[in-house]
Write a protein that binds this ligand. Sequence first.
Ligand code: FAD
Length: 325
Amino acid sequence: MKVVDKIRAATLGDGGNVVFSFEFFPPKTDDGVDNLFDRMDRMVAHNPSFCDITWGAGGSTADVTLDIANRMQNIVCVETMMHLTCTNMPVDKIDHALSTIKSNGLQNVLALRGDPPHGQGKFVQIEGGFACALDLVKHIRANHGDYFGITVAGYPEAHPDVIGSNGVATLEAYHNDLAYLKRKVDAGADLIITQLFYDTGVFLKFVNDCRQIGITCPIVPGIMPINNYKGFLRMTGFCKTKVPAEITAALEPIKDNEEAVKSYGVHLATEMCKKILAHGIKTLHLYTLNMEKSALAILMNLGLIEETKISRSLPWRRPTNVFRV
Ligand code: FAD
C-alpha cells in the first residue's frame, strides 16, 4: 500500500490518529543486520505506519539495502519505503532497483539526489545520468505510472548547498528551494519528509510556506533524537542545521555524560513533537540511527505507544520537567 494513503486514512479529520514511522540504515556487517532485525521486530510491534531504509549515495549499499527492504516488507511485514538516490549511478542500476522492489511487492520509494561520494565536495553528474531528485521522480512516473508512492526530501531551512556561512539561506534562496520542492511534487511526488531540525518554529513556518505556494501533500517532520554530543555536532554541522541557543546551553554542562545527553535528547524531542502535534500535524518520522530506546521513549512520553517492560527500565525515561528547554 502507498504510505501516503495509509497516512491520509489514519489521520483524516478531527478524530484522526497520530501516526509515526522509523528510519533505519543498512549496517556494515551481517551481525549488524541480524541485530537490526531483532530491534526492528520489537519496534514494529508498536505499529508504525511505515519504516524506511536508506540507500548509500552512488549505490554504495545497493545490495544490502535491497535485501533489507525486501525482508522488511515480506518478513517483518511492515509497510516499507526504500530510499533511492539517483546521482553518481547509472540509470540501469536505478531501473534494476525499482524493478526489484516492485517484484518484491514494495510500493514506496523516497526519491533523492544523493550527496557526493566521500571526499568529493560537489557531486558531478555522470554522463547519461540524473542531475537531481526531480529527474528521478519524473523517471519513476514515466516508467512505472502510478504504481509507486513517491516521497521526496524537504528542507525547512533550505538545502545546505544554499545555506551561507552565516548559517542561513537568503530569502531568495529559501523561496527558490521551496519552488523547486513544488516542482518535485508537481512531477508526481505525493509525500514530503523533512530534513532534521531543532527549531520547531522553523518547521512550522516551512509547512505554512509550502501551503502558501500550493503544496498540499502531507509534510512529515523528520525528528532526530540527540543520542550523543559529538554525533549531534557532526550531524548539525553537516546539515547546517540551526541549533537554538537554549539547546546549546542545556547540552554544554552534560556533554561528557552520555546518559544525560540521551535523557535530554528524549526530553527535547518529546517537547518538539508536542509542539508539532499541537499545530494539528499528525505524523512524526523518527530518525532512529538504528537505535530503539530513545525513539520508543519519545513515543511513550507522547502517549502514542503503550508502556512495556522495556520502557520501565529505560534509565532516561523521566518526567519531562527535569530539563529546561
Ligand atoms: P534535490 O531535490 O535534487 O535537490 C537538492 C537541492 O538542490 C534543492 O533543495 C535545490 O535547492 C537544489 N536543486 C536541485 N536541482 C534543482 C533544480 N533543477 N532547480 C533548482 N534547484 C535545484 N542521502 C543518501 O545518500 N541516502 C539516503 O538514503 C538519504 N536519505 C535522505 C532522507 C531525507 C528525508 C533527507 C532530507 C535527506 C536524505 N539524504 C540521503 C540526503 C540527500 O541525498 C542530500 O540532502 C542531497 O544533497 C540532496 O538530495 P535531494 O533529493 O534533496 O536533492
